[in-house]
Design a protein around this ligand. Structure first.
Ligand code: CU
Length: 161
């Protein structure tokens, strides 16, 4: 009979397996199982408003990214427009990617990343999109570049209020 091996599996091995699973073990009791599932990763924290900027009337500046991928060194120098921007402490900057060349829209992304790698870095900005606003509080000079295209250079100068 062809079904016999299958019946053997079903009638003998399967109940044994089920039986084994029901053996008492050191596993935590069922009510603890929920606590073992990993929590969902928390969303990234909202950037905190700096207390020093409370009540300050801030300006939001926009820097256009124009020629990130060009091989024309003259244009490379104008990757960020304006290349140098002066703001006041607590002001915010947004970078907008409008990098087009004669072939059309560049699909590469750009960033604006402080050379000191600590003050700020935007997320990857694709064509037609803009970064989240970046706020700089401490006066000083902040040269920055694009992570994938280090020849793209700009500078933010932050003046005290
Ligand atoms: Cu770039």
């Amino acid at each position: 009979m062809q079904n016999k091996p299958f019946r053997f599996v079903f009638l003998v091995i399967f109940p044994v397996m089920v039986g084994c699973r029901n053996q008492p073990s050191n596993a935590p009791p069922p009510e603890d199982k929920e606590n073992l599932t990993l929590p969902k990763p928390a969303p990234p924290p909202e950037p905190k408003e700096d207390g020093r900027c409370k009540g300050v009337e801030i300006t939001i500046h926009t820097v256009i990214i124009r020629y990130g991928m060009t091989s024309d060194s003259g244009k490379r120098d104008k990757a960020y427009d304006p290349k140098e921007l002066e703001i006041k402490s607590c002001d915010k900057i947004i970078w907008r990617n409008e990098d087009k060349n004669t072939q059309g829209i560049n699909t590469a992304y750009h960033t604006a990343t402080a050379d000191n790698l600590a003050t700020f870095s935007t997320e990857a900005i694709i064509y037609g999109k803009e970064s989240k606003p970046v706020q700089i509080v401490n006066p000083g000079e902040y040269p920055y570049h694009c992570q994938p295209h280090p020849w793209m250079k700009g500078k933010i100068t932050v003046k005290p209020r």
